[in-house]
Every structure is written in structure tokens, then in C-alpha cells.
Design a protein around this ligand. Structure first.
Ligand SMILES: *[C@@H]1O[C@H](CO)[C@@H](O)[C@H](O)[C@H]1NC(C)=O
Ligand SMILES: *[C@@H]1O[C@H](CO)[C@@H](O)[C@H](O)[C@H]1NC(C)=O
Ligand SMILES: *[C@@H]1O[C@H](CO)[C@@H](O)[C@H](O)[C@H]1NC(C)=O
Ligand SMILES: *[C@@H]1O[C@H](CO)[C@@H](O)[C@H](O)[C@H]1NC(C)=O
Ligand SMILES: [Ca+2]
Ligand SMILES: [Ca+2]
Length: 249
């Protein structure tokens, strides 16, 4: 039995119970009935609309919640991506920085290796020529006392009469040292400790200047000094100044 059939049954019973009782009031009853059915319809429609509204509201609220949640999620994703990007960028910066430093270090290592090879060649060649033996005095002394230190050990202050010897000693010393050269006897006449006269000098720019009275010669190690080079490192000084000396056996 479907809904329409039920409805019809009910209506028939309603009509059946009223007919026969009062035929006069029949027309009024019918209009009352119609009104009654109309208001029920209205109630039903209102309830339906209300339900739809509630459902819509629920749907909208759910939609809003979902969208908000998604928006938050996207925001946090964006933040994460930005953070990652920043991390990657800073890592890249560091990497290029390190690459740069690495290159610089490689150049330095190459330079130092070349320097070391040159020194090794100089040393080998010196060794071949006469089994040279250099050593440095251990105390700071004036020129004549430094010379005595060497002589006490079967040596003398070093005589530097070749470029390779000059380059070698210039490159190994780490402080200002006395060498076996002076003009004590005659001002302006430089003599080695074996009494031979100087033939080739490896002077710093502007030296020797006999500033005041300077008769003893030092070898300056300071590479930052203007005009310094392995072949330009000598200076005359007062013989009373105290330095270590380079001895040669
Ligand atoms: C990452 O950072 C770089 C530089 O700051 C910028 O150019 C690039 O657009 C960023 N990428 C993203 C996905 O944010
Ligand atoms: C390498 O040596 C050259 C000359 O020998 C010099 O001009 C340059 O500055 C040196 N580089 C480094 C990194 O020491
Ligand atoms: C150098 O000359 C001085 C005197 O001028 C002398 O006493 C000394 O023995 C000489 N030295 C050598 C190595 O000839
Ligand atoms: C070097 O010092 C000694 C004492 O240690 C001294 O007798 C000598 O005169 C000094 N020589 C010079 C040139 O200062
Ligand atoms: Ca002098
Ligand atoms: Ca000087």
C-alpha cells in the first residue's frame, strides 16, 4: 500500500463520518478540511526548509572548518618551504665560501711546495759543493761574541758569496741574525770573516747606510718589510746590538 492510498482512505473515512449527520454544514466542513490540509502542508514545508537550512548551515560550517584547516596547512607548508629554501641558500653560500677558501689554500700549498722544492734544490747543491753545515747560535749576543760562539764550536759566522746560499739562508731564518760581514777595520770596506772583501751584496733598499755608526751586518728575515726579497735582506747595524748568529762549519 503506498502513501497516496493511505491518504485517500483517511479522507474517505472523514467524509463518511460527517455525511449523513449534518448536510448543511457539509460545505463548511470541507473548507475547514482544506484549511487544515494547507496548514499541515505549510508546516511540512517549513520543517523541510528548516531542515535544509540547518543542513546548509552545517555544510557551510564544515566547509569553513575544512578551508581554514587547509589554509593553515598551506601556510605551514609555505613556512616550511621558506625555511628549507633559506637553509639551502645558506648552505650554498657556505659551500661557495668553502670552495673559495679551498682554492686559496690550494694556491698557497702550491706556492709553498714550489718554495720548498727550490730550497731543497739549493740545499742539495750546497751540500754537493762542500758538505756545508749551518747552525744558529742559541743566545742573543753582540757581533764579536756571536762570532766567538761559532769559533768555539769549530765554525765561524757564515760567509754568503753565492745567490743560492743567500736564498737558502734568507728563506730558513725566522729572526734577524748576524752574518760574517763587517766594515769595522775601514769604514765602507766590507770584509768577510776570512778577510776576503765583499763582491756581491744582497742589501735591503737604502742599506748599508752606516746610520750613526753601523759596522756589522745582519740578515733580516721580515718578508713584510718593504723592498724585502730573498736576495735583498742585508742591513748594517751597530756591532753592540744583540742577536743570534748563523754559524758555518
Ligand atoms: C628561495 O630563495 C631565493 C633567494 O633568496 C629566491 O630567489 C627564491 O625565489 C626562493 N624560492 C622559494 C621557492 O621561495
Ligand atoms: C704565490 O707566490 C707568488 C709569487 O711567488 C705571489 O705573488 C703570490 O702572492 C703567492 N700567493 C700566495 C697565496 O701566497
Ligand atoms: C784576517 O786579518 C786579521 C788582521 O787584519 C788577522 O788577524 C786574521 O788572522 C786574518 N784572518 C784570516 C783568516 O786570514
Ligand atoms: C760585546 O760584548 C762583550 C761582552 O760580552 C764586550 O766585551 C764587547 O766589547 C762587546 N762588543 C761590542 C762591539 O759591543
Ligand atoms: Ca760602517
Ligand atoms: Ca743600516
Amino acid at each position: 500500500m503506498d502513501l497516496e492510498a493511505i491518504y485517500e482512505n483517511v479522507e474517505r473515512r472523514d467524509i463518511g463520518s460527517t455525511t449523513g449527520a449534518q448536510t448543511l454544514s457539509h460545505g463548511r466542513d470541507e473548507s475547514k478540511n482544506l484549511k487544515h490540509r494547507g496548514s499541515r502542508c505549510l508546516v511540512l514545508i517549513s520543517v523541510g526548509l528548516g531542515l535544509i537550512c540547518v543542513l546548509l548551515l552545517v555544510f557551510i560550517i564544515l566547509l569553513y572548518i575544512t578551508i581554514t584547516a587547509e589554509r593553515d596547512l598551506i601556510k605551514s607548508y609555505k613556512n616550511t618551504v621558506e625555511e628549507l629554501n633559506q637553509t639551502i641558500n645558506s648552505l650554498q653560500d657556505k659551500h661557495t665560501d668553502l670552495t673559495q677558501k679551498n682554492l686559496e689554500l690550494e694556491t698557497k700549498v702550491k706556492n709553498l711546495t714550489a718554495e720548498k722544492d727550490q730550497l731543497q734544490r739549493d740545499f742539495d747543491s750546497l751540500n754537493k759543493k762542500g758538505l756545508v753545515n749551518f747552525f744558529m747560535s742559541t743566545e742573543l749576543k753582540n757581533w764579536s761574541d756571536s762570532r766567538q760562539y761559532c769559533r768555539d764550536r769549530g765554525a765561524d759566522l757564515v760567509i754568503i758569496n753565492t745567490e743560492e746560499k743567500q736564498r737558502f739562508i734568507s728563506s730558513v731564518v725566522k729572526e734577524r741574525v748576524w752574518i760574517g760581514l763587517s766594515d769595522t777595520e775601514t769604514e765602507g770596506v766590507m770584509k768577510w770573516v776570512d778577510n776576503s772583501t765583499l763582491k756581491q751584496g744582497f742589501w735591503l733598499k737604502g742599506e748599508p747606510n752606516n746610520d750613526g755608526n753601523e759596522d756589522c751586518i745582519e740578515l733580516n728575515y721580515n718578508r713584510e718589510k718593504s723592498g724585502w726579497s730573498p736576495l735583498n735582506s742585508w742591513n748594517d747595524l751597530p756591532c753592540s746590538e744583540k742577536k743570534k748568529g748563523i754559524c758555518e762549519k
